[in-house]
Write a protein that binds this ligand. Sequence first.
Ligand code: SF4
Length: 511
Amino acid sequence: MGMMTGKEYIESLRALNHEVYFMGKKIKNVIDEPMFQPHIHAAAMIYQLAHKPEYEEVMTATSHLTGEKINRFTHIHQSIDDLVKKVRMMRLLGQKTGTCFQRCVGLDGLCAVYVTTYDMDQKHGTNYHERFKKWLVEVQKHDWMPSGAMTDARGDRSLRPSQQKNKDAYLHIKERTEEGIIVSGVKAHITGAINSHEILTMPTRTMGEGDKDYALSFAVPSNTKGVTFVFSRQTNDTRRLDSPLDAGNPKYGIVGGEAVILFKDVFVPWERVFMAGEYDFTTELVETFAGYHRSNYGGCKVGLADIVIGGSGWIAEAHGIGTASHIIDKLTEMIAMSETCWSCTLACSYEGYKTPSGAYHIHPLLANVVKLNITRMTYEWMRLAQDIAGGKIITLPSEKDLDNPESGSLVEACFTGKEGYPTRDIIKMLRLIENMSVGAGLPEAMHGAGSPAAQKIMIARRGGIDKKVELAKTVAGIKEDKLFEEIVGKKEQNHWKEVKNHIDGKKVQIY
Ligand code: SF4
């Protein structure tokens, strides 16, 4: 098997036959369910672009394990160049889909588990890293999409995992046998879960000694016995059942398509277990994953910004106000903000470093700054998009009224713009802006990859405030400034004595 095309990926999901529920019904096959299709198309774009010569460099890589050409979404970053290409790939995919293409969570999980299992084996003498590499070769060979299942349901958050009344609030080991482990629990908000071939689990937080059974990472196929998916709802999601035009982005949907994954007495063979009780490595795994994933947001969301800026420019033209100075000003603001986020994500890739495992990691402080900026600036550029588009984005009649012979011409007359801009196209663009700026995309930008508070904790921890205090003390003259003394050729206090004498009119030679 080699890299799949978009069509082959879709067909590969038909064979999964996993247990999926949505709106109270069991779904027979995910690819035949219209509610899931846009999300599946968005992920299929990843597979399709990998076969395009013009995108080969960003979309594919050479496996460091097999030497084979692979989709970059299964690649472990081997250089700074890989980190940069990854975010270029994210921006490209955002531009092609206008939504979340989902596969990045699994990719970041692959890289984080790779890095952490190596370090774990060094300390504990375990063999998780070799096991993980064997599974990774399979992922690369089959071009599987693993979902990255990190967030647990978490129940009462004032309590530790082991203190929860409902044991299943966190995924945990129920039993250890010669052959493997038996696990139960719930993972929530898992992006792309129903259209992923495999599930890669990771702990959601730092675990203490009492939470050993919750310090857990493993991979299972999505159709494993005891695994059930419940697909989540999104704002305006059923519009895609009413009409393609009303949906806004009928091809690729609104955000990623999340699901709850329920594990009930699921057996995992040891060769697919990558952490089982090593609570002292949960922080490393969580932080490594979070760093990788937060850095993505300056790629994928900037790709989305490219679309919304383009759409805003087009709609302003269609309304005959494309050259108005306030429109140009707003579009310029949007571009400046999105490119700021892009610069940030490029910086955190270029400032990356090699881990002991050989894999490259991004600059963790800058990655958190990227994500924090996205939680603010996305709202701002979407606000400007709504400002430019006007109130129509929330008052448009439905496609059915447009198609109705009795009301169609009235609706059409109401939304006609500048000559040369068909009304249906104007409505299409307004719906796209509505979809991107009013829907689930905003809270996704806020909470995906962790909420702002999580980024601030990391920024505070890694921001080096103590070092900055020392810098300020040195420049203020509170702390000895050796370099200044070298420049003036004397102790700082002597220098100032001479300066004061000079100010007082005494004859002194300062240098
Ligand atoms: Fe990828 Fe962005 Fe979606 Fe996260 S939000 S899975 S980084 S596209």
